[in-house]
Ligand binder design. Structure first.
Ligand code: GDD
Ligand code: MN
Length: 374
């Protein structure tokens, strides 16, 4: 007698969830979904598009697809950006025991997915990575600069994760859901290096395999990875070195604060030394200029994913300058107090700076970037 339980179809929960982060991929979503459907014939799958409210109507396109096929789902995030966090949230939004992440733009080879799943199971691996850098893989038509950048980033990454991964930057991989569950609390979620983040955050070394594929050319839409991605990558490395206790935004904020000191000195030198204004005026203008450059740098780097634009910039700048001015008073107050209590000038100054920095960070996180900072 034939087994009465259905082994296929949407009435059974999916075995494999494919997470596809999207930003402005309206022209690609139908094709990637179609190709995945063809490749995964015979496997119970679902596709989760995680869209960061793309202005080109990607979410609408996905919704159209989902209306025709219940295995396709949409997770739409509003007021957020970020490839890593999109992947993490997509992976957390499914109950499938196996999770895959793949780009929407058809640059990854979706025909590899069934073999990735097969080997993950048969060889009892934790994770299988689609790799451009093992024999048989390729990076396609990347220019020299991009290739060099990618190689440098990979080398730095290998040191960090102590795993001999040829392509730690890959955005194409398949893993067991519990592996994610084990490290999800420690993921930095910043930037676009989700695979690296998983390897670096896993409580034990992962059993992995790299399978080669040829990185294809993008046919429609454009790459979203710009120079700021490099900055996010550095932040992520720093975060892994320093540990999860200190928020990565605070690290970024402090680095930018340090750059503000240089701006301050440069402006003061220009006004006071070169143009001969009084020290008081020079110092005041320098402080204002440094706060202003800090504000804009923080806006595009630290709070890149919740950047203030247009008229919001005015309130943002004003609240930032106000908060930092109070921070400066606290800084001087504490330092003077400690100094008078015989703490030594270096220690007193550092304590003042620390208190000022924490104050500035905490207050601007809530008031300037409107409590969006988590
Ligand atoms: N939800 C969401 N939010 N998706 C995003 C975002 C974002 O902020 N930024 C990019 N994506 C999506 C894109 O729509 C695409 O599906 C995928 O993430 C990869 O983005 P691309 O802009 O196409 O990246 P790439 O081709 O330049 O970079 C590839 O190579 C890197 C290796 O150097 C990607 O595969 C990366 O994942 C990979 O690390
Ligand atoms: Mn791409």
């Amino acid at each position: 007698m034939p087994d009465p339980t259905p082994t296929r179809g949407p009435c059974l929960p999916p075995e494999l969830a494919i997470i596809i982060p999207t930003f402005n991929e309206a022209g690609n979503v139908a094709e990637i979904a179609r190709r995945i459907g063809v490749s995964l014939e015979g496997i119970r799958w679902e596709i989760l598009f995680v869209d960061d409210d793309s202005p080109d109507g990607t979410a609408e396109r996905v919704r159209d697809l989902a209306r025709q096929d219940p295995r396709i789902r949409l997770l739409r995030r509003v007021g957020r950006r970020g490839l890593s966090s999109a992947c993490i949230e997509g992976m957390l939004a499914t109950t499938a025991p196996y999770l895959a992440v793949i780009d929407a733009d058809l640059q990854h080879d979706e025909t590899l997915l069934p073999r990735m799943l097969e080997r993950l199971k048969s060889e009892e691996l934790d994770i299988v990575v689609g790799s451009r850098y093992v024999s048989g893989g390729s990076v396609g038509d990347w220019n020299q600069r991009r290739q060099a950048m990618s190689r440098l980033a990979s080398r730095m990454a290998q040191r960090l994760i102590h795993a001999d991964l040829a392509d730690p930057m890959s955005g194409f991989f398949l893993l067991r859901a519990p592996i994610l569950a084990d490290c999800v609390g420690d993921l930095s979620g910043v930037g676009y290096k989700i695979l690296l983040d998983i390897f670096a955050s896993s409580p034990r070394p992962l059993k992995f395999l790299e399978m080669p594929y040829g990185f294809r050319q993008r046919e429609r839409g454009e790459s979203k990875l710009d120079n700021a991605v490099l900055w996010e990558y550095l932040l992520m490395l720093l975060q892994k070195l320093i540990g999860p206790r200190i928020p990565v935004r605070f690290i970024a904020f402090s680095l930018i604060g340090g750059s503000g000191v240089l701006v301050h000195l440069a402006v003061l030198w220009l006004l006071n030394r070169l143009l001969g204004t009084s020290f008081l005026i020079g110092q005041s203008v320098a402080a204002l200029v440094a706060m202003t450059t800090n504000f804009f740098l923080n806006n595009v780097l630290t709070y890149r994913d919740m950047r203030l634009r247009g008229r919001q910039l005015i309130w943002g700048w004003f609240s930032f300058v106000l908060a930092c001015s109070i921070g400066a008073i606290a800084n001087v107050g504490i330092a003077t107090y400690l100094f008078e209590g015989d703490s030594g000038w270096v220690l007193s100054a550092l304590a003042g700076i620390l208190v000022g920095a924490v104050w500035n960070y905490a207050v601007t996180a809530v008031y300037t970037w409107r409590g969006k900072a988590g």
